[in-house]
Design a protein around this ligand. Structure first.
Ligand SMILES: Cc1cc2nc3c(=O)[nH]c(=O)nc-3n(C[C@H](O)[C@H](O)[C@H](O)COP(=O)(O)O)c2cc1C
Length: 162
């Protein structure tokens, strides 16, 4: 403990200083328009069965239709996709997929082109966690590339590969 610099901080400030990867969590209603948002609360939960989770703010516009979706995708952004992270975290929610490269995954959920990895999930469980919902997905397909990851820390986006 360094007495010179240690100080009490809010949960938000501590979590902001903790580096994470950045993902786009997305789905489609039937064969309809894709929708999604920037998410860094993504983590693995279980290997057998293979489960991941994301935490979605209950006040976000995507919340209700995302937790109601039978399937969703997690596009793990690459180091050069900072603009996409910003776009999917900004209003309006509509049109985020316009003019970006994406394709329909095997479960119908959209996959963002150029990502470092993709995970396609079926909805496994939705739990309440305070003002967020914990959306648990069963991993049905996972694809990885050799691209570097996009990293988020203290409000800044950077590429892990430099
Ligand atoms: C790096 C980063 C990570 C984020 N992680 C989350 C997250 O884990 N869960 C969440 O609900 N919102 C998260 N957000 C905020 C949403 O992306 C943002 O509020 C978005 O506009 C919500 O879209 P919607 O209102 O269309 O649902 C994050 C934003 C940024 C920039």
């Amino acid at each position: 403990m360094d007495q010179q610099t240690d100080r009490d901080a809010s949960l938000r400030e501590v979590m902001s200083s903790y580096p994470t990867g950045v993902t786009i969590v997305a789905a489609r209603e039937g064969r309809g328009e894709p929708f999604g948002l920037t998410v860094n609360s993504f983590t693995s939960l279980s290997l057998d069965p293979p489960l991941v989770l994301v935490c979605i703010g209950q006040s976000s516009a995507s919340h209700d239709r995302l937790i109601a979706s039978d399937a969703f995708s997690v596009s793990l952004l690459a180091g050069d996709q900072g603009a996409i992270a910003g776009r999917f975290a900004s209003d309006p929610s509509e049109g985020r997929f316009d003019e970006i490269e994406w394709e329909v995954g095997s479960l119908g959920a959209p996959l963002i082109g150029g990502s470092m990895a993709w995970i396609e999930c079926s909805r496994y469980e939705v739990l309440v966690g305070g003002d967020h919902s914990i959306l648990v997905g069963r991993v049905e397909r996972a694809v990885v590339t050799g691209r570097d990851a996009l990293v988020y820390q203290r409000g800044r986006l950077s590429s892990l590969g430099g």
